[in-house]
Design a binder for this molecule. Structure first.
Ligand code: C5P
Length: 225
């Protein structure tokens, strides 16, 4: 039987990560966070002083970073951890400047090519894989595809609450406009723009809590199998 790949795509703050992790745990599948891979390249780029958006030389350096990226996923579904080699980068990857840098890094076709290759290898034995282009590019043959969305205000509020929980006081308006800007860039870029696959099931999570989202995804998954 074909390994089961479940693709979960959608804009920032749609609730993909939490839902994807729980869905993976319930189905006994590995969870792959592809955004963390773009974020990891972005973190290294910032640390190495590579200007973004990159010039030609910067692009070449980014591709090398992607090629040699030693990203590892650990922890539990309830508290996942990300490592670069032996160094834990879980919270560093969530920083706002890293979010922004990841979006710029991910617009470089050669960086995408490199990371997509790794994502295919990570998911080939079955996975719940989360990102922007999983159903359209990484696993267009995935048996189950979801596109999660939510109203921008709701997504901004979720991000705001997440930061507040970490003790970071943020500006809600600024977060909402940053989210809109990132969505626009992700959906209008030339390579692999954010869009639902033709055969994706679109789920609006604006008025659902996490448990309800997971129930819905499980129900729809079983209907597809
Ligand atoms: O999902 P997350 O917010 O961690 O992703 C960070 C950024 O990485 C996104 O804004 C997007 O630009 C990029 N990304 C992507 N393709 C993916 C996953 C993430 O372009 N499959």
């Amino acid at each position: 039987e074909e390994p089961l790949v479940i693709a979960i795509d959608g804009p920032a703050g749609a609730g993909k990560s939490a839902a994807a992790r729980l869905l993976a745990a319930r189905l006994g599948l590995p969870y792959v966070d592809t955004g963390a891979m773009y974020r990891a390249v972005a973190l290294l780029a910032l640390e190495q002083g590579i200007a973004l958006p990159p010039d030609e030389q910067g692009k070449a350096r980014l591709v090398l970073l992607a090629r040699h990226l030693d990203v590892r996923f650990g922890g539990t579904p309830a508290s996942p951890r990300v490592f670069l080699g032996a160094r834990e980068v879980t919270s560093a990857l969530r920083r706002e400047e890293v979010s922004r840098a990841a979006s710029l890094v991910s617009a470089v076709p050669e960086v995408r090519e490199e990371l997509v290759r790794r994502q295919r290898a990570l998911g080939q034995a079955g996975a719940v894989m989360e990102g922007r282009d999983i159903g359209t590019v990484v696993f267009p043959q995935a048996r189950v595809k979801f596109f999660l969305t939510a109203r921008p205000e709701v997504r901004g509020k979720r991000r705001y609450d997440e930061l507040a929980k970490q003790g970071v006081k943020a500006d809600l308006e600024a977060i909402v406009s940053e989210i809109r800007e990132r969505d626009l860039r992700d959906s209008t870029r030339k390579v692999s723009p954010l869009r639902p696959a033709d055969d994706a099931m679109v789920v609006d999570t604006s008025d659902l809590n996490l448990e309800q989202v997971v129930e819905e995804l499980l129900k729809l998954t079983h209907q597809r199998l």
